[in-house]
Design a protein around this ligand. Structure first.
Ligand code: GLA
Ligand code: ZN
Length: 684
């Protein structure tokens, strides 16, 4: 990744600090309150609002009438008060009249039930009526408001997602398939339809795969090929909606960047593909009560990876509490600040909230907001927002556009995710993210920054690359991996890898198929262990468990690093290491525990020459952003107690202006944050 090139997400000179604020819905409030909002925004240092997210029904009360009067007033107020605006297109919930007049805009769910008007994210993406009207609205908004120089981005729609199996979608699916396969012969081959006599002789015979056709459960399908293609198709359908609106706004405002708010590891949409069509990535960070800190870090890293490591926008987070979890615990004092800086540490160039003022009705009335139902500034949450606003202002623009300089990467692939979890066997507990998380956590705990990249991204510059559960190896990817290792790269793959190609057809001749040469092994069988059952192994003198799946392998050039301790395959290799070209490739044939992953990655990173940022201490997260010669370290103390650690380099703590010499002691309060500018080395 180009770690030294500054890339700001908002063009021009007007952004001189992290934009701070978030979703603001004045149209849901009487106008008397607006001036008070402006006063409170000033008080909290809020300088950026996302407007117009759910206003379609207000903007277009009927098919032929548009009413922009209220939005005109809101836009003028924002401008007058010096607020940057992220302007949304309002198309994530269609008006009730549209559903009544054109029932085709309503979705059909997985069970085949046609929805009535209600909820949001409710439009069929393949409905021509929806497409026409959403594009028209986006275009009108751009023409009307494009001259406002305080609009810093377009926020297209909102959290695209969900699914639809209506007749429009089914028809569009067939067209998508025609484009992809050209002939039914090729489609029949790719889907292996000779199985269970599924051969198609007419495109019209193809049904959308849901509970009425190929599925017997959400993730259980009789034809993985069909279900996999439907996922691809549906992600593309929503992407087409996004692109259509982008086109409409770009026609009037080519200078304003476009984005839409993503949702981290959201399975239904191939965000790596989406990222290519977005000017910058933005996402909504809502960790649940049980989301570990490395879990939020991992989502940020995924989002950063969607656009070659460029900074992204934190579009939403709650300042205090959610409403949609079963138990909506408050963010403890200091935690909102900590999570905000965690986002920045991982590459965010904004700190934005959902939302500014807590609504009084409907399902989000108990969702946290900057301004609570009490309506004034004398609340804990407001004060914390205000303090953060002050801090963000003081920091200024130093981190804007800077990059995270990772030398390790993990390959994430949505097709692989879908295909792996549709696969019937070998174990129902095989979950892609489980393995991704285990490896990620090891890097996180070792303070080694890591990029989450796609199979389309270059591996140049990385010293260590991990392929967790890369069950699907797409044609040609093995060549990229091969060249990477030959040139000296270190590569790690796990059990159940390389089994299929891009159609989910098994690569015959021995597992791990196309990866066999690189890893120098042949996996003959895989033994699925029921929950609670374990095998084990000794690696580097330490004992670790083997769980979930045990690949039984033969060595074809690789050396064994550990063998299974029990069962009929006792003594056969579980970890194999292959020196290949100038590099090295490890195959880890089973699932183990966190301690193993940490030990194993520490060892592989050392071998690869990939370093931690600072050793620091447990409980303190460390990240780094760089631009040119400047380096900013972020220390985030997630613990409650003060943490003490050694300054490995001299520098200055930017939030409290203290300087440290290398070798000095740093004390960081519980839940504390330190942004540390490393003292530049003198030029020779
Ligand atoms: C999402 C949406 C917002 C709001 C929040 C509540 O992120 O984009 O409109 O509903 O959730 O958490
Ligand atoms: Zn549909």
């Amino acid at each position: 990744m180009e770690e030294n090139v500054k890339k700001r997400i908002f063009p021009g000179e007007k952004i001189t600090k992290l934009p701070f604020g978030g979703d603001y819905n004045p149209e849901q409030w009487p106008e008397e309150i607006w001036e008070e909002d402006m006063r409170l925004f000033r008080l909290a240092g809020i300088d950026c609002v996302t407007l117009n997210v759910f206003s379609w029904a207000a903007l277009q009360p009927s098919e032929d009438t548009y009413e922009f009067g209220k939005l005109d007033k809101i836009m003028d107020m924002a401008k007058k008060n010096g607020l940057h605006v992220i302007l949304a297109t309002s198309t994530a919930a269609h008006p009730a009249w549209m559903a009544k007049k054109y029932p085709e805009v309503l979705r059909v769910n997985f069970a085949g039930i046609k929805r009535k008007f209600g909820d949001r994210h409710n439009s069929c993406p393949n409905s021509p009526v929806y497409r026409r009207h959403s594009k028209a609205l986006a275009g009108k908004l751009a023409k009307r408001y494009g001259h406002y120089d305080n609009i810093i981005a377009w926020h297209i729609n909102n959290e695209y997602g969900g699914e639809c199996y209506c007749d429009n979608c089914e028809r569009a699916f067939r067209e998508w398939l025609k484009k992809k396969y050209g002939t039914l012969k090729e489609l029949n081959r790719a889907w292996n339809t000779s199985f269970w006599g599924h051969t198609f002789y007419d495109w019209e015979e193809i049904a959308a795969p849901n509970l009425q056709s190929e599925h017997f459960e959400e993730n259980r399908t009789t034809f993985q090929g069909i279900s996999l293609d439907y996922r691809r198709f549906f992600s593309d359908s929503l992407l087409e909606n996004f692109q259509a609106e982008c086109e409409a706004v770009k026609a009037a405002t080519p200078h304003i960047p476009v984005t839409t708010n993503l949702m981290g590891f959201y399975k239904p949409l191939d965000y790596q593909k989406w990222g290519r069509y977005m000017d910058f990535i933005s996402w909504d960070n809502y960790p649940g009560a049980d989301t570990p800190l490395w879990g939020t870090a991992m989502s940020h890293d995924l989002m950063r990876g969607l656009k070659g490591g460029q900074p992204f926008a934190l579009m939403e987070q709650t300042p205090s509490v959610c409403n949609w979890l079963p138990y909506n615990a408050l963010k403890r004092p200091g935690v909102m600040r900590l999570l905000s800086w965690q986002a920045v540490a991982h590459g965010a160039d904004t700190v934005l909230f959902f939302q500014m003022r807590r609504s009084i009705g409907a399902c989000e009335k108990y969702h946290g907001a900057v301004i609570d139902h009490a309506g004034h500034e004398n609340t804990r949450v407001f004060r914390e927002v205000q303090d953060l606003g002050r801090e963000i202002k003081e920091l200024g623009d130093v981190t804007l556009g800077s990059r995270v300089p990772a030398k390790a990467a993990m390959v994430i692939d949505w097709d692989n995710w879908w295909a792996l979890e549709y696969s019937a066997g070998p174990s129902t507990d095989l979950k892609y993210l489980d393995e991704v998380e285990r490896y990620y956590r090891a890097f996180y705990e070792l303070n080694i920054p890591i990029d989450l990249i796609s199979v389309k991204d270059s591996l140049d510059g990385y010293g260590l690359v991990v392929l967790p559960l890369l069950y699907m190896v797409k044609s040609g990817y093995e060549q990229i991996l091969k060249r990477y290792v030959e040139k000296g790269g270190r590569l790690v793959a796990t059990f159940f890898s390389g089994i299929v190609e891009e159609h989910d057809l098994v690569v015959t001749g021995g597992y791990p198929g196309r990866l066999r040469e690189i890893f120098g092994i042949w996996v003959e069988e895989s033994d699925a262990l029921p929950p609670g059952e374990k095998n084990g192994f000794v690696w580097n003198g330490k004992h670790y468990p083997a769980e979930l799946l045990c690949d039984i392998m033969h060595l074809e050039g690789a050396k064994p690093e550990a063998g299974y301790e029990s069962d009929f395959y006792a003594g056969t290799p579980v970890i194999a290491c292959h020196d290949f070209g100038a590099g090295r490739a490890w195959y880890v044939g089973t699932r183990s525990n966190d301690e193993f992953y940490r030990d194993f990655i520490r060892n592989a990173a050392k071998d690869a020459g990939v370093q931690e940022i600072w050793a620091c201490v447990e409980g303190v997260e460390v990240m780094k952003r760089c631009s040119g010669r400047e380096q900013y370290l972020f220390f985030l103390n997630h613990g409650r107690e003060t943490a003490e650690f050694c300054a490995e380099e001299s520098g200055e703590s930017l939030l409290d202006k203290r300087t440290y010499e290398a070798g000095g002691r740093i004390c960081l309060d519980g839940k504390g944050v330190m942004i540390y500018k490393v003292k530049g080395k003198e030029k020779d």
